[in-house]
Design a binder for this molecule. Structure first.
Ligand code: AMP
Ligand code: MG
Length: 403
């Protein structure tokens, strides 16, 4: 909800993210081989292509017969097997049957083997069986699990091993999925050097691009992550951003987004014709974050340059926004986890506190010297999102680094 008395357009990270998602459209679809589809996102619902089961089948090992022929004994005529068409059952006889085999034509019940005794070619039955038979008489009826045309999962579903199994069962050997995303990553800053460089004491190596590359390239729905760097120069930021944007679905920048005189990213994005969705969210770290949409409705996020800010905002904003672009339907809320070592500290902002998970499933706050503390984040498992002025142990939503 917009709040006109505050410097923040949105008062929570969740509302800001929802507003951004509302501006984005999913990419187009393509068909791909089922065996390459793990982690991709269905662009159409999956429906049962036929009844499941497709024919009446036995739930038990035993004998198929006509209920009216009980109490028996009955001669054994025939064997109902799996993977063969249904046999015909002569009146006044029983057929051997195994679990999963088609019910013989004419039979209307299966007596489980435990309730029978056989001698030579005939089978006898326990007394008073008919009264104790289950409702479907040990037959799984055609269509009982799902009728032909039933929606198994909707469009926007991530293809997991379980979904792959259903796709195969329904004959979807080349499912329709949303195409993969092309992502551009642009780090800014005069002081930032590549990881291979030896920095002077006033310089540092580019940790942010490495973090963003590691995150995005691990996503099965991301095709490419193209990385650039620009110094704090209006013209060069504009040129690099424009080039990346011309061939990307999303552009994620780091640094240069605060209000200092060297923070040139907001101006460069405005010159590119980007429409701002929000600039600043009442959170720590990551308060100066800027979200916009490009001229072709690309996702644009300007993340504040501190490495911990980048990690947190990339997971809290870039990841769900990319998922939305990639066609993923909104999933479950993040799991809520209790703090193992609450410290009674509060701030009047949404606080993303980095934590390590304990063996008993709680979250341990890690000593963290501020949004530049790289060491603490490398030793952590993710962060909790704690509302303003809350000192209690939660449980609070947990966002993991490992996804
Ligand atoms: P900025 O948001 O540009 O003001 O940057 C905030 C802080 O993050 C500064 O101390 C920067 O030196 C640092 N920083 C910016 N970009 C990077 C980067 N790519 N890797 C590591 N640290 C960075
Ligand atoms: Mg900078």
């Amino acid at each position: 909800m917009a709040n006109h008395t505050s410097p923040f357009k949105f008062t929570t990270p969740g509302e800001a993210l929802d507003a951004l998602r509302a501006e984005l459209r999913s990419v187009s679809a393509e068909q791909i081989p089922l065996h390459s589809s793990r982690g991709r996102i269905l662009s159409e619902p999956l429906r049962a292509d036929r009844d499941s089961p497709a024919i009446d089948v036995s739930v038990m090992d035993g004998f198929a017969l006509r209920l009216a022929d009980l109490p028996g004994p009955l001669p054994i005529r025939g064997d109902a097997l799996i993977g063969t068409p249904p046999i015909s059952l002569a009146p006044g006889s029983a057929a051997r049957i195994v679990t999963g085999a088609p019910i013989p034509l004419g039979a209307d019940c299966v007596i489980r083997v435990e309730d029978t005794t056989t001698s030579d070619d005939s089978v006898s039955f326990a007394p008073n069986l008919a009264a104790s038979l289950p409702p479907n008489r040990s037959i799984r009826r055609k269509g009982e699990n799902a009728r032909q045309g039933t929606e198994i999962v909707p469009a926007g579903t991530l293809i997991t091993p379980a979904v792959a199994s259903s796709l195969a069962s329904c004959g979807r050997h080349s499912p329709a999925v949303f195409r993969k995303l092309r992502v551009g990553v642009l780090s800014t800053g005069d002081e930032v050097l590549p990881p291979s460089a030896t920095p002077q004491p006033w310089q540092l190596r580019d940790g942010n691009s490495a973090a963003l590359h590691a995150l995005f390239s691990s996503l099965a729905f991301v095709d490419s992550v193209e990385m650039r760097h620009a110094p704090d120069d209006q013209r060069q930021i504009l040129a690099a951003a424009s080039e990346l944007l011309s061939r990307s679905d999303a552009l994620i920048l780091s640094g240069g987004v605060s209000m200092g005189h060297r923070d040139l990213v907001p101006t460069a994005l405005a010159q590119l014709g980007a429409q701002t969705v929000f600039h600043k969210v009442p959170q720590r770290p990551g308060k100066p974050i800027l979200a916009a949409v490009g001229p072709r409705r690309q996702l644009i996020l300007g993340l504040p340059g501190n490495p911990v800010s980048v990690l947190v905002t990339a997971h809290r904003f870039a990841l769900p926004a990319l998922e939305h672009l990639a066609g993923l339907r909104p999933g479950h809320a993040p799991p809520a986890i209790l703090i193992a070592n609450p410290d009674n500290q509060t701030i009047p902002l949404w606080w993303h506190r980095i934590v390590r998970l304990t063996p008993d499933g709680r979250a341990e706050l890690i000593d963290n010297k501020g949004s530049g503390d790289l060491i603490a984040s490398a030793r952590s498992d993710g962060f909790l999102e704690i509302p303003p002025n809350q000192a209690n142990a939660g449980p609070w939503p947990f966002h993991p680094w490992h996804i």
